[in-house]
Each structure stands twice: as C-alpha cells, then as structure tokens.
Design a protein around this ligand. Structure first.
Ligand SMILES: Cc1cc2nc3c(=O)[nH]c(=O)nc-3n(C[C@H](O)[C@H](O)[C@H](O)COP(=O)(O)OP(=O)(O)OC[C@H]3O[C@@H](n4cnc5c(N)ncnc54)[C@H](O)[C@@H]3O)c2cc1C
Length: 382
C-alpha cells in the first residue's frame, strides 16, 4: 500500500483546506448555535464540484477515488462536523449508489442534479429497526409497472433539504433477501418530511423523519434488482463507515490542536501547562490516536479503491477512529479545565459532535460484531 498522496490529491486537499479556513471556519460556531448549516455553504462545495466526488465526469462528477473523498471529509470536519456529515452522506450513500448500481437511464435522470446542486439522503433506519436494519417494516408493493410504498423512516441526515431519498423497503419475505432500494424524489405525493431532531451535537446538520403513505412510483425508481436492495445498503455503508472515520479524524485533530495551543498559553505552577509531563502525556496519546486513525482510514479506502474486500477494514477504521475521537475530545476538555466546559472554546462543540459517530452507520458494538465474524471466518490480522 502506497500512502503517498498524488499531486491531484494534494491539490484537492489544499483547495478544500483553504475553502474551509477562509469561508467556513468563522461560521462553524454560529451554525452550531443556530442549528443550521445555511445553503450558501453547500453552494460553495458545489462550486468546486464537491457534490459529485466519486461520480464520473460524464455524469457531472469529479471521478475521484475514495482516498480523495475521505481526505476532503477530514478537512471539512476539522472546521465543522455538521458540514462534513452533510457532505459525506450526500456523496457516499446519497449520490454514488445511484451511479454504482443504477442503469444509464437512472444515472442520467438523477445524477446531473445531484452532482451540481441538489442533496441526496439515505433512508434505511426506522423507528423500530436500527442496528437490526434488515428487520425493516416499510413495504413496496408491486402494482402493474409501479410500486406503492408505505412506512416510516427516521434519523435521515440531510432529509430537511434533500431532493432524493434512497429508501429501503420490503418487496419480499422477511430478512435481508426481501428488501429493495428505491430512489424517491422529495415532491413525490405521499412522501412527507416530518420533524427535525433536536440533537446533542452535529447541530446544523438536519436529521428528520419521513412518512410514506401510498407513495406510488414507476419501476425506474427501483435501484438494482428486486429483493437485492440490502446488498446496496451494505455496500454503501462500507464506504460510509470509512467516511465517518474520516469525520472523527478531522474533529480529533482540531481538538488536539486546540489542546496543544491552550497548554502552551495557560500558566500554572510557574510555567505553561505544556511543561507539565502529565499534560504532555495526554498530548502524546492524542498524537498516537490521530496517527493510528489516519493509517487505518487510508488502508480501508485503498482496499476499496483497488477493488479488494474492505468490510472488515472499514469497520476497524470506524471503530478505532470514532472511539479515539471520543477520547481525544474528552481529554481536550480536560486540558482546558473549566474553560473547556463552556462554549467560548470550541472543544465543547467537538466533544458533543463526535459522540454520535460511535452510533450512526453502525454502532461500535455492531462494528465489533462485523470484525469478529470476519476474523473468525477469514483469519486474524488479514
Ligand atoms: C444523528 C444521526 C444521524 C443518522 N443518520 C442516518 C441516516 O442518514 N440514514 C439512516 O438510515 N440512519 C441514520 N441514523 C440511524 C443510525 O444508523 C442508527 O441510530 C444506528 O444504526 C443505531 O440504531 P438504533 O438507534 O435503532 O439503536 P439500536 O439498534 O436500538 O441499538 C441500541 C443499543 O443496542 C446495541 N445493540 C443492538 N444490537 C446489538 C447486538 N446484536 N450486539 C450488541 N449490541 C447491540 C447497540 O449497539 C446500541 O448500543 C442516524 C442516527 C443519528 C443519531
């Protein structure tokens, strides 16, 4: 595995870093306070073509590999985890599955808008099924050359403003083999966007419920073969999990940077905190976790980009990076003392933002199940 970044990757990283520092950094605290990432921020991403990261150029995208996408997620998350999840969900599980699993007709119908202006969302979770996603209850019943969908979906990131929802519904018997995927447009009659969750962190990213009441759509809205939708969900989640790991990496680097800066400024016992070995040890542990997460994320993305199985590596990267981010942001507050507990310093926001990363796109417990099953079946350490 070659970890060197290509010229192109360095150029995209530096361009996005500049955009984040110049345009977004000074607004991140306001987005959190007002619980709203404004449309102009999405427009800035769109101007650079970042709404179509992995989608090939012929459908309006940049045709980038996953390694490049995760570098962009990491850069955005350094300044705003709320904007990073918006970007990551749209690209990894909103738009790209339409390219990967769609026909040319479907690609032409939905991708040009999704790569230029409009947002995509991913709707797998339901009120009664999260970790046990294949127990979902939403139904899609065939009626001639149409399907009629009914059910409820919740926890839908980007749902407030999304144009398309990639919805998973039951077309066959129980379990994963009876599920199909559908692309539903926001204004389809019967699709109602419900309440926006009042979250602990990631404030500014809108998480909503939707209800489907006799939503009637033509066959072209079914993505992939009937009853094979769950494979699409799992494939999208492999990429999505590497993206969540990159979100965690971005925030933990920001928290580490703040902790290091504060430790050099704050005076105690006749000198800066950074001269105290106990504080230095915390900073060293932060560095260890940042480096570890970075390597695991790049490895998982490289496996994906080179067409190799990446499910275990994605789970390892997500589990390690998100738990590391929880630890790093917790310790960053500790280094700040009381000042870390108030909104005047960004570490308070970082701590709230990373907490959910151990939950969405598969909890830490589910990642452990995925890793253990794979290690027991295919061997350890491979
Ligand atoms: C902010 C946010 C954004 C989200 N965005 C999306 C989105 O865009 N699209 C989408 O479809 N979903 C989304 N989700 C849903 C998310 O993926 C689920 O919340 C997650 O998968 C967990 O499901 P659950 O909340 O139903 O918890 P449950 O599945 O009820 O789990 C509760 C607890 O039990 C544990 N548990 C469950 N089963 C097992 C087991 N077999 N072994 C060990 N422990 C177990 C879990 O790890 C967890 O600790 C989002 C959630 C949040 C909070």
């Amino acid at each position: 595995m070659n970890l060197d970044l290509t010229e192109e990757q360095i150029q995209i990283r530096d361009t996005v870093r500049e955009l984040c520092q110049n345009e977004f950094a000074s607004h991140a605290e306001k987005w959190d306070r007002e619980d709203d990432v404004p449309r102009w921020a999405v427009d800035k991403l769109a101007e650079l073509g970042l709404l179509g990261m992995a989608v090939p150029e012929e459908f309006g995208g940049l045709g980038s590999d996953l390694r490049t996408t995760v570098i962009v997620i990491e850069e955005i998350a350094r300044v705003s985890a709320a904007l990073a999840i918006l970007f990551a969900v749209h690209n990894s599980v909103g738009a790209y599955p339409i390219y990967e699993f769609g026909t040319d007709e479907q690609r032409k119908r939905w991708l040009p808008r999704l790569t230029s202006t409009d947002m995509g969302a991913f709707s797998l979770s339901e009120p009664a099924s999260g970790s046990d996603a294949s127990a979902l209850l939403a139904t899609a019943v065939k009626d001639g050359d149409h399907y009629v969908l009914n059910g409820s979906k919740n926890w839908i990131t980007n749902g407030m403003h999304a144009w398309t929802f990639l919805v998973f519904a039951r077309t066959g018997g129980p379990g994963p083999k009876g599920i199909s995927a559908f692309i539903l447009e926001r204004d389809t009659p019967g699709l109602t966007v419900g309440k926006c969750e009042d979250k602990m962190g990631l404030r500014g990213s809108h998480t909503v419920t939707i209800s489907l009441d006799d939503v009637r759509v033509p066959e072209i809205c079914r993505l992939g073969p009937e009853n094979e939708g769950f494979k699409i969900a799992l494939s999208a989640l492999d990429k999505g999990r590497i993206g969540v790991a990159a979100q965690a990496l971005g925030v933990m680097q920001a928290a580490f940077g703040e902790a290091a800066r504060y430790a050099q400024q704050r005076q105690a016992f006749g000198g800066p905190l950074s001269k105290i070995q106990a504080v230095q040890f915390k900073l060293a542990e932060m560095e260890r976790r940042v480096q570890g997460a970075k390597l695991l994320i790049q490895k998982a993305a490289w496996l994906k980009d080179t067409g190799q199985p990446c499910t275990r590596a994605a789970a390892v990267a997500k589990l390690y990076a998100t738990e590391a981010a929880t630890w790093v942001t917790h310790q960053a507050i500790q280094v700040h003392g009381g000042y870390g507990y108030v909104k005047e310093y960004p570490v308070e926001r970082y701590y709230r933002d990373v907490r959910v990363m151990e939950i969405y796109e598969g909890t830490s417990e589910i990642q452990r199940l995925v890793i253990a099953r794979s290690a027991l079946k295919d061997g350890v350490g491979v």
